[in-house]
Design a protein around this ligand. Structure first.
Ligand SMILES: Cc1ncc(COP(=O)(O)O)c(C=O)c1O
Length: 451
């Protein structure tokens, strides 16, 4: 039989964590023998907005199904112009359409940027699980920049690291608002980071895919505004417009980077020619300023905030658990390291094992563990995505009866997101039993933890 030999470069790449998790959950689901597990699991693992794609975008897609021609490499002019106006309206940035390149998702565009930019990559941690496999695949030099207790980049630490790096150019990956912490950098924090970047010749890829989910949107400031000469801003439809499957993102090039744009165009033309033309026309409706889209942003961010506050308070009330209080996104980071000794006693020695122990019966709770967030394998922190509910229904229920008081908001979560509530209860139950040494059954076997 013919034997295929896979290129060594690909062999060396690990399966991205999100796909590993997917496979693991599917296998677990089909293997669980308990009939009550038909519901699947409490899903805190997947980073996907639960809401429907805005109607305007859906309709525009239908209207443009006949657009069969290839589009221009950087994107159709209508879309680049709409994105330029969108940036003016929401982020107060004057971006000429020529500085905007459209691609099949920001993940691909970040990869393309890393392809064309020379330099050592600085990756603050914890981080979204998407960056590291790309950096490794491209065989780039990289350094982690662990954050401190506040989970944000320390300008001093950034300076110290940059001084140690020999490269004439460094690339900082800034993710603001942040996945997995849900935290937002304020203007002053960005200015302090930008000062170090200017001083140390660091260019910034500012992944702002969650910008429009910022709960108090007046607080969001783009790094593109603070450091326009050295920042590549990426954003798109995936999170704010709940359209990850459309695969459409954009990058704004720094001012005056004209030569670089030519190089970038070469890469895009070599790799994928252009984004699907009907999708680009549909995206125009998503970036054009309209009452409908504005209302969509407001409603969805309010619901994310309500779910986030509930999740924050419920997890904080578990003894010893430290939780980031999200300003944006639909995630927070929960730190279970206070239980490290108890976990080790129960033979749960890595964050991967913690995720596995929580997914088995009776907990059925899916989280993303620390090593998937570029933390140490023994760091018992986890990303909790509070999106396990029917987005279309909850959107309508919110419009019908907007909860105002704290009590109404709690009621709203209990009624609309029972799996979020039950899943957090399961996490509390797990750690409660762990502390009381009750993860073991009568025969002394660890019945619940996966070996
Ligand atoms: C921080 C971050 N950046 C980028 C992406 C990818 O976005 P896109 O769908 O535009 O490729 C994600 C998706 O999960 C994300 O969380």
């Amino acid at each position: 039989m013919l034997k295929f030999v896979v290129d060594q470069q690909v062999e060396d790449i690990e399966m991205p964590e999100n796909l590993k998790l997917n496979t693991f959950l599917q296998e677990f689901h089909s293997d669980c023998p308990h009939p009550e597990c038909n519901f699947g699991f409490y899903g805190f693992a997947f980073g996907q907005s639960p809401f429907p794609v805005p109607k305007l975008i859906q309709e525009a897609l239908v209207k443009n199904v006949d657009k069969g021609a290839y589009a221009a490499v950087p994107g159709i002019p209508e879309l680049r112009s709409a994105i330029s106006k969108y940036n003016k309206h929401y982020f107060e940035m004057d971006i000429a359409p020529e500085r905007i390149y459209v691609g099949p998702g920001t993940k691909e565009l970040i990869f393309n940027l890393l392809e064309i930019l020379h330099g050592t990559v600085i990756l603050p941690t914890p981080a979204w699980l998407g960056y590291l496999p790309q950096i490794r695949f491209l065989k780039k030099n990289y350094h982690m920049l662990p954050t401190r207790a506040n989970k944000k980049i320390s300008p001093n630490d950034l300076r110290k690291l940059a001084l140690r790096l020999q490269d004439r150019q460094k690339i900082l990956i800034l993710n603001n608002p942040n996945n997995p912490t849900g935290l937002l950098y304020d203007r002053l924090e960005l200015e302090e980071i930008a000062d170090v970047c200017k001083e140390q010749n660091i260019i910034v890829i500012s992944d702002e895919i969650y910008a429009l989910t910022t709960y108090d949107f007046s607080k969001f400031v783009s790094m593109g505004k603070i450091y326009p000469e050295g920042t590549f801003v990426t954003n798109g439809l995936s999170k704010s417009h709940a359209a990850g499957g459309y695969r459409l993102g954009y990058v704004i090039f720094p001012q005056h980077a004209i030569d670089l744009r030519t190089q970038f165009k070469k890469i895009l033309a070599t790799e994928y020619t252009a984004v699907s033309t009907p999708i680009q026309y549909a995206a125009v409706a998503g970036f054009e300023i309209s009452k409908e889209i504005d209302e969509y942003f407001e409603v969805t961010r309010n619901i994310h905030q309500i779910m986030g506050e509930y999740t924050f308070h419920a997890l904080t009330s578990i003894e010893g658990v430290k939780v980031t209080k999200p300003d944006a996104t639909f995630y927070l980071l929960a730190d279970f390291n206070a239980y490290a000794t108890d976990l080790q006693k129960a033979h749960i020695t890595t964050s991967q094992k913690l995720s596995e122990s929580l997914i088995v019966h009776p907990y059925h709770t899916a989280i993303v563990g620390g090593d998937s967030l570029v933390l140490e394998r023994t760091d018992f922190s986890a990303r909790i995505a509070y999106v396990d509910y029917d987005g279309a229904k909850v959107y309508q229920n919110y419009l019908d009866n907007k909860p105002k008081s704290y009590a109404e908001k709690i009621e709203f979560v209990k009624k609309n997101a029972p799996k979020v509530v039950a899943g957090i209860d399961m996490i509390a139950d797990f750690f409660g039993k762990l502390r009381k040494d009750m993860l073991y059954d009568a025969e002394g076997k660890n019945s619940l933890a996966v070996p």
